[in-house]
Every structure is written in C-alpha cells, then in structure tokens.
Design a binder for this molecule. Structure first.
Ligand SMILES: *Cc1c(COP(=O)(O)O)cnc(C)c1O
Length: 229
C-alpha cells in the first residue's frame, strides 16, 4: 500500500511542478515516517526513497540505528536544547529552529564535533498562537543573528501552515514565505543560502509546490493515518 501511495503522491508532485512550470528535480519529497514502523520505511528503500522526516529526537535516533546509513533524516519537529546532542550528527537538516537560544545550542554542539549543522528557520506564517515558529516580521532579524554562529549554516525557511479544509486557503501564506525567502536571498547574508523552502504537507503540498516549495513533507498521504494511542 505504501508503494502505491507514494506513486500517487509522486504523480501529483509531477503535475503540480508542470502547472508551475517547474522541473520535478527542484522539489524533494520527504516521507514523514513519524509513529510508523521501520518495516514501512524499508518498503520504500528499493524504489530509491532516501529522505525521511521524524518529529521526535528519540524516534529518529532509534530508526537511525536500525536502518541504512544512506538515509537522509530530516528533523521536522520542535527540538529541545537538551536533545541537540543526540541529533546533531544524525539529522541531515533540522527544519525547526525558531530561537537564537536553540541555534546557539546547535552551534555549540557543532563546534564541539567540528562540523557545520544545516538548519532551516521555522516561520509561523499565519501567526497562530498554538504554533512554534518565528513571526514573518521577525524572521530577518533572527536569521541575521543565527548566521553569525560558527557551527550553523542557514539553508532556508520552513513552515507548518494552518490546518484547513481547502488547501487554497494556504496559498497566500505559502507565497508570502516564498517572497520572504527571495528577499533574504537577495541580501546575500554570510552563512545564509536561502536555497530551501520546506512547506506543504499531505493536505496542501500541491499548492505549496505551485508557490515555490523545494521540500514537501508528506506523512499521511504515503503511510496512512497515524494512530497516537
Ligand atoms: C507530521 C508532520 C508532517 C506530515 O503531516 P501529514 O499531514 O501527515 O502529511 C509534516 N510536517 C511536520 C512538521 C509534521 O510534524
């Protein structure tokens, strides 16, 4: 089932790229495997899927230990400073940095390990109180401060858009984030590439691609509903 679901998502990604006049290889599909067993991830490996997303440090580390080293693990969930040491060398990209304090902890760990950790800044595009992420208006200031840290490379922006019935409702949020990304890129800040725009989930990834996403994070659409009980 997982393979068929992935094929359907892939088809829709291609169609969205075509509508937007974009090339399929501008968009990375991250299969969000949180709460799902290692066996489901393994089903996708022969087809070439290597980008997987997890939102909890412990779960990412457990799966990391059980699966091949060429998997690219994306940490997409909120990260606590005391857990940075566990993921710093396991995640290929941390999508959820929204404070200078967290960035400082990541940088300190990177310096200790003599590596550079690639991160995205999480932006709260709709100003929802329940969500993590920095407000749009404060993003540039935070990017500039984080860019000064020695152990970090700021690769771009990420957002979790509001949960909506009709994905069209999120189009403006996605285009606003794309605009911000382009603006920041033009400023040529040292240590900041702004080459990644991580936005779009099962309900709205096609709209996100039309508005410029370079990474979409799809869980339910590939692995089915999650059971949190
Ligand atoms: C769970 C999760 C996703 C995937 O959500 P689906 O709606 O199941 O596709 C994407 N991004 C983040 C940050 C998540 O926590």
């Amino acid at each position: 089932m997982v393979i068929e679901n992935l094929a359907e998502v892939e088809k829709r990604i291609c169609a969205a790229c075509e509508r937007a006049g974009r090339s399929r290889d501008e968009v990375t599909l991250i299969a969000v495997s949180k709460t799902k067993p290692v066996s489901m991830i393994e089903e996708l490996l022969p087809g070439g899927t290597r980008d997987f997303g997890e939102n909890k440090v412990q779960e990412l580390c457990e799966k990391y230990d059980q699966l091949p080293r060429d998997i690219r693990w994306h940490l997409i969930g909120h990260l606590q400073r005391n857990k940075v040491k566990y993921v710093a060398d396991k995640a290929c990209l941390i999508h959820s940095v929204d404070s200078l304090r967290l960035a400082e902890a990541i940088s300190a760990e990177a310096v200790k390990r003599q590596c550079i950790v690639p991160i995205l800044i999480e932006v709260n595009v709709a100003g929802e109180e329940s969500k993590f992420g920095v407000p749009l208006e404060e993003t540039e200031q935070l990017v500039r401060k984080i860019a000064e840290l020695p152990g970090i490379s700021v690769q771009g922006l990420m957002t979790i858009a509001p949960f909506v019935e009709d994905p069209e409702e999120n189009r403006t949020h996605f285009s606003n984030l794309k605009k911000l990304c382009v603006d920041l890129k033009r400023k040529n800040i040292d240590n900041v590439t702004m080459s990644v725009l991580s936005m779009g989930m099962t309900g709205d990834y096609e709209v996100a691609i039309e508005e410029g996403a370079t990474m979409v994070r799809v869980g339910t659409g590939i692995f089915g509903e999650r059971n949190y009980s």
